[in-house]
Ligand binder design. Structure first.
Ligand code: NAD
Length: 375
């Protein structure tokens, strides 16, 4: 995919000075965020070493730079199938040759004490294999979203990490982002009463390689629903704090040549047990990035919701005031390292990724049957 076709990849974001301090309204979040900036154990122990597997767009432009800002972990190694990338990364990030792997010798990473966490940043169909291999090598794992191409694959990943007694988390960076944390609080604590309706969309106009893995069903598991729609599912789940019971979906396709194997635009409704209805949309043919919630006594929304930065939020009581440009990826990885060192449960575990895939599978079933489907 062309680097800047995806909304989150805006260069403007990187112009912001990243600062994990939060704005005036941040007091509410202080208990949760304070743990992230704790350096207590760093004085006692080394930073954990992270190895990135797959050095594509997200690893190159977001995760590796974020690992220069992390406090609890650092970029210790890489796994790549492209030998030309080895020297570039080694020079840029000061990675010793012994910490550079390819897909063939990957399993020998088991013997490398520098590597504590394997971060799988590969096309979706490869998440399962590399998560399982990483767990068998005795490493903790972060798998990128969407977790895998099926619920069954998610289960295998969870089981493999459990069997190896390793932690598994999903790259759900927005759980560490103050505006998104605020809508979790407003919705789940019913600050404006019960949330009755959610309207959310996430998409962009696909301008990348027509042969890219993202457009191949077997490699990506689907189209925008897998890539961008998971954020919409996540948003509705974390605003309500509930799991949807039913979904009903339909799709539109204006370019069947480009979107031969995967969907182009999907609309779906989700019904939650407390009565909330979420009207959702995702597309590879429309720029959108918002979530709006109507509650009994007011409303709240993020009009810029799912990007890497530049969040904008408001409620019926006024503007939200947080730092819109925290380094989400640095916070996410630091929190995972903290969970490992202090043996805490990650707030974004494999089970959360699997719940999203259950919804995704129900949406695909609904597209096939035209009926409302149980999740
Ligand atoms: P990308 O296409 O830029 O990179 C994929 C990498 O995998 C490349 O380095 C490629 O060489 C490598 N690769 C290895 N085997 C491959 C194969 N058989 N086919 C294709 N590539 C192969 O993709 P990306 O945008 O970096 O996405 C990687 C993962 O990160 C995906 O799961 C994606 O959903 C996720 N992602 C997450 C976010 C987020 O905000 N959390 C953002 C972007 C991407």
């Amino acid at each position: 995919m062309a680097k800047n076709t995806k909304p989150g990849n805006s260069n403007s974001r990187r112009k912001f000075i990243r600062d994990i301090s939060i704005g005036a309204g941040g007091l509410i979040l202080a208990p949760t965020l304070s743990g992230l900036s704790s350096t207590r154990f760093i004085r006692d122990r080394k930073k954990l070493g992270v190895a990135l597997v797959g050095l594509g767009g997200y690893a190159t432009y977001e995760l590796a730079p974020a690992l220069l800002e992390t406090k609890n972990c650092y970029l210790a190694g890489i796994v790549t199938g492209t030998p030309a990338k080895e020297k570039i990364w080694a020079d840029k990030y000061n990675i010793p040759q012994k910490n550079i792997y390819n897909y063939q010798n990957f399993d020998t990473i088991a013997d490398n004490k520098d590597i504590d966490i394997i971060y799988v940043v590969l096309p979706v169909f490869m998440h399962k294999e590399y998560t399982i291999r990483a767990a068998k090598a005795g490493k903790h794992v972060i798998s990128e979203k969407p977790m895998a191409i099926s619920v069954n694959d998610c289960t295998e990943m969870i089981e493999a990490c459990k069997a190896a007694k390793r932690k598994l988390s999903i790259g759900y960076r927005l759980h560490f982002e103050p505006f998104n944390m605020e809508i979790m609080r407003l919705g789940q604590n019913k600050v404006y009463g019960k949330v009755k309706k959610i309207n959310s969309s996430n998409g962009f106009v696909y301008g990348g390689d027509p042969n890219a893995w993202r457009l191949k069903k077997a490699l990506a598991g689907g189209g925008p629903l897998m890539d961008m729609g998971v954020y919409v599912i996540q948003g509705a789940r974390y605003v309500t704090g509930e799991e949807p019971l039913f979904v009903k979906a339909r799709q539109e396709k204006t370019n069947p040549t480009l979107f031969k194997e995967v969907e182009e635009t999907v609309y779906w409704d989700m019904e939650f047990p407390g009565g909330t209805i979420a009207n959702c949309k995702t597309s590879y043919n429309e720029n959108a990035n918002f979530i709006h919630a109507e509650a009994e006594r007011g409303w709240f929304e993020l009009s810029e919701a799912f990007r890497y930065g530049g969040m904008v939020g408001a409620t019926s009581a006024g503007k939200m005031n947080f730092n819109p440009d925290v380094n989400q990826q640095a916070l996410q990885m630091d929190d995972f390292a903290d969970c490992i060192v202090n043996n805490k449960q990650t707030r974004v575990p494999g089970e959360m990724g699997r719940l999203d895939m259950k919804v995704v599978e129900a949406i695909y079933r609904s597209l096939d049957t035209g009926q409302k489907e149980k999740v």
